[in-house]
Design a protein around this ligand. Structure first.
Ligand SMILES: O=P(O)(O)OC[C@H]1O[C@H](O[C@H]2O[C@H](CO)[C@@H](O)[C@H](O)[C@H]2O)[C@H](O)[C@@H](O)[C@@H]1O
Length: 384
């Protein structure tokens, strides 16, 4: 099981808070590292790492984590979403806590001027998660399409800044949704990276795109566990198993909540036979992937390196994502003190991101404003 801090997947904050939070919900430490720095916009700003209590979710060999995940999904489901059921104050996710959280994770739209000031003279590189960031969350993962307007916004951004899509999805699948050949794609949580032929470095002499697949030896194992999971979950109405090439997703979104525990138990029992694979919770999904030291943060670093920005002081990576797996990239940026993360979320979550946006439509606004800002900047340069 991953050692990363717990990020609250989809309304998990209610149950997390319910466990142990006698103190104010979102206490803050003063910003650490000071405000805008060389390559970082609020990069050093720190909401205290414990803005939500940390739980030892690795108890019982990881099953504790899954239990908490289920409890929090239950707590946020319409049937159970009442303070009485939770035994906690209804104000836990109330307006006060939300506005307090927004002080340390302000909207990237309202802070747009501060952000763009820090971009001046920097080489911006954009990293975009897909589900929940570029496309709204929907019941059917096969129909998580992005709008044409969003595609235009991403295309425009990529005209000015190198842009990568970093997704838990199989790379081909996410490409079939995004359909922009000029982007970089990292599928399977960064375990399947394709650097386009036009990329400045890592380009093969023959001009062909380069693939980087650090988990390739796990392919037969992933294929086998996918088939086993298909079999193990076929009697659960609504369950869906998605083969993401180097990882597998088991979807709970369309499963009746009464069956969530049994389904999770089935998945866990399959995983017992695969000590080299791990289970991580996401947005109504359990993800199965190889235990290797690779994640979206490392994929982002790999891409920066492949673009020739490994030790570049003037590069400013911006990563936008909504899920637990995106935290690995937010943390890398925070540790580098370079660039910043933007969490897409309507609710307060523990995060290493510096800014927030509420939903994909705000992501689109942000991307469009960035393009407009860049155009104006370039125009004013040519007029001087
Ligand atoms: O890294 P991402 O691009 O965010 O991918 C993470 C998972 O996203 C997808 O599942 C999520 O979106 C679905 C469509 O909106 C939704 O039905 C599901 O409940 C969400 O968990 C994708 O299907 C998974 O394979 C990815 O791992």
């Amino acid at each position: 099981m991953t050692n990363q801090n717990v990020l609250v997947p989809e309304s998990m904050e209610i149950a997390v808070a319910a466990v142990a939070n006698p103190a104010p919900m979102f206490p803050y430490l003063p910003p650490h590292g000071g405000g805008a720095s060389a390559g970082g916009v609020r990069g050093g700003f720190g909401i205290r790492r414990k803005c939500l209590p940390q739980l030892d979710l690795a108890e019982n060999g990881g099953s504790g984590r899954i239990n908490v995940w289920i409890e929090t999904m239950e707590a946020s489901s319409p049937k159970h979403k009442s303070a009485a059921t939770l035994g906690v104050s209804a104000s836990i996710t109330g307006p006060h806590e939300h506005s307090t959280w927004m002080l340390s994770h302000p909207s990237a739209l309202s802070m747009f001027d501060e952000i763009t000031k820090a971009l001046i003279g920097k080489q911006v590189v954009m990293f975009l998660d897909y589900d929940g960031t570029l496309s709204p969350i929907v019941d059917d993962p096969d129909r998580a399409f992005m709008s044409d307007a969003m595609r235009d916004a991403v295309r425009d951004v990529a005209r000015y800044f190198p842009t990568a899509i970093v997704s838990g999805r199989c790379r081909n699948k996410v490409y079939s949704f995004v359909r922009l050949a000029e982007l970089y794609y990292a599928g399977s949580h960064g375990m399947d990276i394709k650097v386009p032929a036009k990329g400045p470095s890592l380009k093969k002499p023959n001009g062909k795109a380069v693939l980087f697949q650090p988990a390739s030896k796990f392919l037969p194992m992933i294929d086998k566990v996918y088939r086993t999971l298909l079999e193990a979950t076929k009697s659960t109405p609504g369950a869906k198993v998605e083969n993401n090439k180097f990882c597998v997703s088991v979807h709970f979104r369309c499963v009746d909540e009464k069956r969530w525990r049994a389904l999770a138990d089935r998945v866990k029992s399959v995983l017992k036979e695969y000590p080299k694979l791990r289970l991580t919770p996401g947005r109504k999904v359990l993800e199965i992937r190889p235990i290797i030291k690779w994640d979206k943060g490392r994929a982002m670093e790999f891409l920066l390196k492949s673009l020739g920005f490994a030790d570049c002081k003037d590069v400013l990576p911006v990563y936008i994502g909504d899920d637990l797996t995106d935290e690995d990239a937010f943390k890398v940026l925070r540790n580098r003190g370079q660039g910043f993360g933007i969490l897409v979320s309507k609710i307060p979550k523990e995060t290493s991101a510096s800014y927030s946006l509420q939903e994909p439509s705000e992501v689109m606004d942000f991307l469009q404003r960035l393009v407009e800002w860049k155009r104006l900047t370039l125009k004013s340069c040519t007029m001087v």
